[in-house]
Design a protein around this ligand. Sequence first.
Ligand code: ATP
Ligand code: MG
Length: 395
Amino acid sequence: MAEVTGFPERVALDPEVVRIARTLEDAGYETWAVGGALRDRLLGGGQSDVDLATAATPEVVQRLFRRTVPVGVRFGTVGVLDSGRRLHEVTTFRQDVETDGRHAVVRFGVSLDEDLARRDFTINAIAYHPVREVWRDPFDGFADLRAGLVRAVGVPADRFREDYLRILRGIRFAARFGFRFDPATWDAAVAAAPGLDGLSAERVRDEWTKGLVTARSVAEFCRLWREAGAAAVWLPELDGLPAGADPAPEPRDPVVLTTLVCRAPATVLARLRASNHEIARAAAVEEGPAAPEGRDDVAVRRWLHRVGTAVDDLVLLAAYRGGTPAWVETVRQVRERGDPTERGDLAVTGHDLLALGVAPGPELGTLLDRLVDEVIRDPSRNRRDDLLAMVRSWR
Ligand code: ATP
Ligand code: MG
């Protein structure tokens, strides 16, 4: 396919990428820009990193450039560092010779077209020659980009069986760009979805979090996970969002979004092997309470005391749920003033109480909590002599 009408004639690439491609070409190795970065540029979006695909083997790439990083040499990927120490990925043309739905064994020494043929979707299988400035698009990815279609390269059922993660990738791209699935690709994805259970939790988590963060519509992203049958395998707790109830506010936080769309989000994140920190955040949001009992200072300080470090996540969750509740402004004011809400904010310490003759242990804890309660109700009482007088009067 020499001429593809409608393609922009050329695409602006990082000069360092062009320089790397030229070095490889001058040494006799065909080299193309490939993958997501071209897709994104053709859609008029972002400046995502450009991947290069080359006929040169990893050993040759490592020999041709002074500074390289063995990113994934076994799969053909070498990182080339430019003069500004930025890393550019260069991957040898390859074919997957053996696939078990999870990982591949690859073979080098294949052509560009064979390399493009093992890619997942037509919109990800477009190549551009950085030096000659021509396109190569054997699967009509550009037409699908224009039509807004996610379509598998080749026979969809085979492609999903080779790597079930592609189901989740397809969903992510559809939700991110507002694309539809080509019907045959969708049917094959639904049929293949039970195979998702063999994937590693880490790969699934990656797709889940990237999808939540990049989806144009989180509601649509969740709907696709459910309708494809992916949720049944990995996230039976996924309720999703009613259509039209999309969280607009930034930042898109995958942990808080998970609490928004899933029941038992801490269980979900544990299943996806998220970090302990993320699981704990989800658990704290789950425990709440989601909002203070009132919008007044005292209610808000009580709530801040109760939820501790979960406050920012709960404020974000409230924003995702729509509108900005009045108490959010109170939270801001309380924090700006630095009103006391916990033991560490008290104008006395445990040592001060021990010096008064309080016994270490439960009594000390109870007294400190009482003091916190007092200053939450009236921050003006958070003065050392006032607090010590209170303790004396209680004993
Ligand atoms: P993004 O980086 O924005 O998530 P991308 O398309 O660049 O999207 P990468 O994971 O960076 O995705 O992969 C780069 C390219 O490698 C893809 O565009 C696609 O051509 C190919 N690719 C990646 N993962 C797979 C896969 N599981 N099966 C087949 N091809 C894949
Ligand atoms: Mg990418």
